[in-house]
Write a protein that binds this ligand. Structure first.
Ligand code: PMP
Length: 407
């Protein structure tokens, strides 16, 4: 196991090189990962870790799943990239698959979650202006996002993410954004108008601390959107792709969005982002409206197609093992007063602490587990969906050992 107080020479050298040559945008833990396999990752010194973060909800089928690796390799042998001014088969196949799985109409491909949200907001504004013009006015294009949400790090997506730490110093920000308290329907009703183009919601808030949206609230939001021609966007970048035990988190809520945004686990580690929109909404984009060089590239799409095929068979296990994991976390909650709540769906789980949780992260790392702390007081667990009871039991034992030393 690593000793974070005494790093190996190899590790220290890489950390020094990083420090000199890479812009400091990440607070990193001092280990260097060189290999991943299933639930496990290995560092440069040969230490082994159980990964309860999955690259933060990315490697849902585990690290380097052999069938996914094979799908990517065989695509690379044939075609890595081709401009979007031509057709490519994996992109068309993936579009078909996402439409079939989501029940929505049409897809657009990009390369990250932030980019997917950018595309969704642009599409919603364009659609909103078109539909309102038929009714004799032009929507101003207002977008409402939720307090404690997270939508990415581009200028538009930090604007949709109402936390000062993401926004400060980057002004002027794009205009036309308002923030509603999460799960508060009365507040939302006061905020919406015929000028609202979009409401964007994470069905389970991730960075904000693992907060699932309330079912009745979401149903009411859907009604408001229908009444005022507002596009309902679900940001499923973190909670989608099987994470909650359903392919799309919104399937837990029986509420269908107008646009869903996806990334992270869509490529199981290969960069890809996507939106899937209802057909009539999707039509608001025409050739020239939007685009990106690498969006829908054959490598990403071939990887994603195989990932989706595997994820479809992983959903039942995710629900079952998620329930087991939650019950184990609840046992810890019953034992320790500083744990006040266990939240989440499927394998997107968090424990709410009354104390700062960040000190537990390096302690767990030294015991061989990757976990993290979000919103200062929430320990987050988003393991690969292939996690088994034995992995969970060993994590729980280690947490228990560490917690037992807290006064
Ligand atoms: N939306 C949500 C809900 C996210 O959790 C994240 C990433 N943590 C993003 C958007 C941004 O995705 P990316 O980092 O791929 O741009």
């Amino acid at each position: 196991m690593p000793n974070l107080e005494r790093l190996s020479e190899r590790t220290q050298k890489i950390i020094n090189d990083e420090s000199e040559n890479i812009i400091h945008t990440y607070g990193r833990l001092p280990i260097v990962i060189t290999k991943g396999e299933g639930m496990k990752v290995y560092d440069v010194d040969g230490n082994e870790y159980l990964d309860f973060l999955a690259g933060i909800a990315v490697n849902n089928m585990g690290h380097c799943h052999p069938e996914i690796v094979e799908a990517l390799k065989s695509q690379i042998d044939n075609l890595m990239h081709i401009s979007n001014i031509y057709y490519n088969i994996p992109q068309v196949e993936l579009g078909k698959k996402l439409v079939e799985l989501s029940g929505l109409g049409k897809s657009f491909f990009c390369n990250s979650g932030a980019e997917a949200n950018e595309a969704a907001i642009k599409l919603a504004r364009k659609y909103g202006k078109q539909i309102s013009s038929k009714k004799g006015f032009i929507k101003s294009g207002e977008v409402i996002s939720m307090e404690h949400s997270f939508h990415g790090r581009t200028l538009t997506t930090i604007t949709a993410t109402p936390k000062p730490k993401y926004q400060e110093g980057f002004e002027p920000l794009p205009t036309g954004f308002r923030y509603a308290p999460f799960n508060d329907i009365e507040a939302l009703k006061e905020m919406v108008s015929e000028h609202t183009s979009a409401i964007i919601i994470e069905p389970v808030q991730g960075e904000g601390g693992i907060y699932p949206v309330d079912k009745e609230y979401l149903k009411e939001v859907r009604k408001i959107c229908d009444e005022l021609d507002i596009i309902l966007i679900f940001d499923e970048v973190q909670c989608g792709m099987g994470r909650t035990g359903k392919m799309f988190a919104y399937e837990n809520y029986e509420v269908v969005p107008d646009i869903v945004t996806l990334a992270k686990a869509l490529g199981n580690g290969f960069p890809i982002g996507a939106i899937v929109a209802k057909k009539e909404v999707a039509e608001a984009f025409q050739p020239g409206s939007h685009g990106t060089t690498f969006g829908g590239n054959p490598m990403a799409c071939a990887t994603s197609l195989k990932t989706l095929e595997l994820l479809e068979n992983q959903l039942e296990h995710t629900s079952e093992i998620g329930a087991y994991f939650k019950s184990k976390l609840n046992e810890l909650k019953d034992k320790y007063e500083f744990i006040t709540e266990v939240r989440g769906l499927g394998l997107m789980l968090g424990i709410q602490l009354t104390i700062n949780g960040s000190e537990f992260v390096p302690k767990m790392l030294e015991k061989g587990y990757l976990i993290n702390c979000t919103s200062d007081t929430v320990l987050r667990f988003v393991p690969p969906l292939i996690v088994e009871k034995e992995h969970i039991d060993s994590l729980i034992n280690s947490l228990d050992e560490i917690f037992s030393k807290i006064e």
